[in-house]
Design a protein around this ligand. Structure first.
Ligand code: KG4
Ligand code: ZN
Length: 358
């Protein structure tokens, strides 16, 4: 397979990577977390301006680390959807300029689909990427800050969405729960760390696990988030004021809440994985593997639940290493290479789109 350069700027990470034969030659990610921390969330205008400042240095760094010259690049892949429109625009503009100046194809990649393909890559230093023989059809799970979706995966480029969250994404729920607990943004990893404290009891509180309709493959996490809000702050008074603050709780009480939240969140995912598998089996398409991706797959408790699920359902488990779970450009280049091989390139009129393709 040819050498593909990937560009990712959909949210608050400026990333460029170079991939060849499903091997990551270089992956560079410039995170903007420190720019957004004081606001407790990503500020779109700040994000797009930071992408403009960082994209060229990150591009140069990736090419240097890969020890590849620009004229060895066979195609430029870019995450053009979904994301913050101003942020996407920076990556798409850079990718178009690079593809045009090198005279190589441009490949628009859906960021959510790319999360699923991340596990098919061999990270730097690893010997071989996973074998694709006998992997498909697979069940796909993306759990990130913006998306929580299940897919039937016939191949990395043939996906059918089976279900998605009807409100908050799982990562968003982790982040909001962390904010309620007084933890710094982005809160997912901080909540996991608190939940892993030695004293934390995951059964301290019975948080709600939304199942939705009978057989539904959709997710809902807003009830879980609200349950955390009331557990920490108390029920709102008629005036709307809330009786407590996170700082009124002891550290061990906060750790109990974090662990209980994590348990309910993981259980909700497990229930839908089982339902989706039953659904596919009933259609005569028993999945051979679970492909999982997205930032929340970095969570050890969720990773353990995915491993348990795959073992019980006798499926192969494909999860990316931690560095390829959160936003990166290697996954964009990896899926871009598959699309390129199938002839699915984009015109230079490619436009950023805020939503995911289904
Ligand atoms: O995939 P990603 O980097 O960006 C999006 O496409 O949204 O995912 C970021 C999300 C954030 O919500 C972050 O808090 C969450 O992934 N996350 C975690 C962990 N690491 C990252 N959530 C729970 N536990 C973690 N260890
Ligand atoms: Zn993402």
């Amino acid at each position: 397979m040819p050498t593909v350069l990937g560009i990712e700027t959909s949210c608050d990470e400026t990333a460029v990577a170079v991939v060849r034969d499903r091997r990551v030659l270089a992956t560079v990610v410039a995170s903007q977390h420190e720019l957004h921390e004081e606001y407790g969330g990503v500020v779109p205008e700040i994000a797009s301006r930071a992408h403009v400042e960082r994209i060229i240095p990150v591009l140069r760094a990736a090419l240097a680390r890969a020890a590849v010259s620009a004229n060895q690049i066979a195609a430029v892949a870019v995450g053009h959807r979904p994301g913050l429109i101003g942020s996407l625009l920076v990556g798409v503009s850079a990718a178009k300029a690079l593809a045009w100046s090198l005279g190589v194809p441009l490949v628009g990649v859906d960021h959510v689909h790319a999360h699923l393909a991340a596990g098919l890559l061999a990270p730097q230093g690893e010997v071989d990427p996973p074998q694709l023989d006998g992997l498909f059809p697979a069940l796909g799970l993306v759990v990130s800050g913006g998306h929580t979706s299940l897919y039937r995966v016939a191949s990395p480029i043939e996906l059918q969405r089976l279900g998605a969250t009807i409100d908050d994404a799982l990562g968003e729920a982790f982040d909001k729960a962390a904010t309620i607990l007084g933890l710094p943004h982005p809160g997912g990893p901080a909540l996991e760390a608190l939940a892993s404290s030695a004293s934390a009891r995951a059964d301290a509180r019975d948080f709600p696990v939304a199942r939705l309709g009978h057989g539904s493959l959709d997710f809902s996490f807003s009830g879980l988030k609200t349950a955390m809000l009331y557990a920490v702050r108390g029920l709102p008074e008629p005036s709307g004021a809330m009786p407590r603050r996170a700082s009124d709780l002891s550290n061990s009480a906060r750790a109990d809440l974090a662990a209980s939240f994590q348990r309910a969140a993981v259980r909700a995912v497990r229930i839908k994985l089982d339902r989706a598998t039953d659904h596919l089996v009933a259609q005569g398409e028993a999945p051979c593997a679970l492909l999982a991706g997205g930032g929340v797959v970095a969570n050890r408790s969720l990773r353990a639940a995915l491993a348990d699920f795959a073992e019980q359902r006798r499926m192969r488990l494909i999860v990316p290493p931690m560095s390829l779970c959160v936003d990166n450009a290697a996954m964009i280049a990896g899926l871009g290479a598959e699309l390129l091989a199938a002839g699915r390139t984009s015109a230079l009129s490619l436009a950023p789109v805020p939503t995911t393709a289904l």
